[in-house]
Design a protein around this ligand. Sequence first.
Ligand code: C2E
Ligand code: CA
Ligand code: CA
Ligand code: CA
Length: 275
Amino acid sequence: AKKAGRNTWRVFRPGMDELIEKRRALEADIERGLPRGEFLLYLQPRVAAPSGTISGYEALLRWNHPVRGMIQPGDFIPVAEVSGKIIALGQFVLEEACRLLQGLEERLHVSVNVSPVQFRHPDFVRDIQDLLRRSTIDPSRLELEITESVLIEDDDHATAVLDQLKTLGLRIALDDFGTGYSSLSYLSRYPFDVIKIDRSFVDALGREDNATAIVRSIIDLGTALGLHIVAEGVETLDQARYLADAGCDELQGYLLGRPAAPELAIRQIDRDVAR
Ligand code: C2E
Ligand code: CA
Ligand code: CA
Ligand code: CA
């Protein structure tokens, strides 16, 4: 330990400098890579249940790094959030999603993930408003996926932002539903249109005793509240059949299609999950 000031001690672990250095390099790389077109959106289909017709796509950010190749969001979004670079990345994601929507059939929607840092930024709503003004798409085709972590901090602010987004005509989804502490109370407090049942529940179907009961009650509750229910992480036909039977509205997962570059993703044909 090293004395950092009166009565203050900071612990330096070996390798800490190296970690900080790595993080700085990554930040600089993000800043350099964004204007050079290194970031792109992959699209993963969402299909209606039980018909299997593609109803839209989730946009998932990828970084095609000149040296490291394709980097997954888990490896750069946390750093981008700490450094504030997520604001520029998030803006790119929204603009790119609108651009893609313009080239898709009008009945299709695109959902984008919104970081808590982005959501709490004072310009968030204004930037979206500007974007929609510049674009010709119907705002209801754009869905924002937010997680509970957005809501814990500051209820009044979150409520105001969500209300404004609703007024703009966007659809709002509660992502990773069921993994937080207060999922149920949030459903009654905030104006969600969609809930996405977390992958962990879908994964447990048929393997853990209580999983079917939990999934069924999420679907029943959501349906009773008039929400649109999406299940994510659907990998097997058994899962798809169970979820469709239980009243889930849309399915997403490797069974229905992996995330892929837009030109590949939009060529995928509808999947029949009703068989
Ligand atoms: P998420 O929003 O829960 O996205 C779903 C993740 O599950 C994606 O990982 C997707 O590729 C993966 N997935 C889809 N179907 C299956 C399946 O059947 N089985 C399994 N095992 N996985 C499946 P990805 O693309 O690596 O994204 C990870 C997380 O990074 C996302 O989780 C989201 O939280 C974040 N993320 C991705 N794109 C963005 C973005 O544009 N902005 C922000 N703020 N976060 C993003
Ligand atoms: Ca998501
Ligand atoms: Ca999710
Ligand atoms: Ca339903």
